[in-house]
Design a protein around this ligand. Structure first.
Ligand SMILES: [Zn+2]
Length: 223
């Protein structure tokens, strides 16, 4: 099985409201602090490839670390020893690998990513590269009851992804993104395991919904 892990908000040099281990350059944190946090990660685990995420359905296959971060929401590599990183604060960090060690993938799946099929596109790329049976891990993300949405968005999503149906503690409409994503992966025969940690409820993690201005944690995987 490919090496994989998820970072928490602890252990880095960022200060409030990004404290402590923010790995994202685009959220308003001091650049020097983010670069120091990334350096700590790379000193311990080796080269890490980040991406410039925008809730797109773009998949990039990378062979090494490039100076300019790829503009995409999914990274795939066949190169051993390079960690692929997906940055999140409530969205689902999705990591995938295959039983023949052909390739690995790190995918950013928010509501828009669920709807635009970024995970399915990534699976197609992995299979085109010769992947065997693919497995998936869904890291810490916002849970169903914490993801309250308006009725328009609710209808738009659950009409296509019935498994996204959720309600808040107050009984209002909500979306279970990880449940919907597991259903989507299931439809292309991919077994997945889901973290039960909710980023909103657990202050170990960054949460955009809870804090607004905040940092991003990483899900990382390598061959
Ligand atoms: Zn929750």
């Amino acid at each position: 099985m490919a090496a994989q892990f998820f970072t928490s908000r602890f252990g880095g040099q960022s200060e409030a409201p990004f404290a402590q281990n923010n790995l994202a350059l685009h959220v308003g944190d001091r650049r020097q602090a983010v670069l120091a946090n990334r350096r700590l990660l790379q000193d311990e685990f080796g080269p890490v490839c980040f991406m410039n995420q925008s809730h797109s359905n773009l998949v990039c296959v990378v062979e090494g670390i490039v100076e300019q971060e790829p503009q995409c929401d999914a990274l795939v590599t066949q190169s051993p020893g390079i960690y692929l990183a997906v940055l999140t604060a409530d969205c689902v960090p999705l990591l995938m690998w295959d039983d023949e060690s052909t390739c690995v993938a790190a995918v950013h799946v928010g509501r828009r990513g669920l709807q635009n099929g970024i995970a399915l596109r990534t699976v197609a790329v992995m299979r085109a590269l010769g992947a065997g049976n693919i497995f998936a891990t869904l890291g810490p993300s916002i849970c169903g009851p914490c993801y309250e949405v308006g009725s328009d968005i609710y209808q738009e999503v659950v009409s296509i992804f019935p498994k996204a149906t959720a309600v808040t503690a107050q009984g209002t409409l909500a979306l279970d993104l990880p449940a919907a994503l597991i259903g989507q992966l299931d439809s292309v025969n991919i077994q997945s395991a889901r973290s039960r940690e909710c980023t909103v409820e657990n202050e170990t993690y960054y949460s955009y919904r809870r804090d607004g201005i905040t940092g991003r944690a990483a899900g990382l995987i390598r061959l």
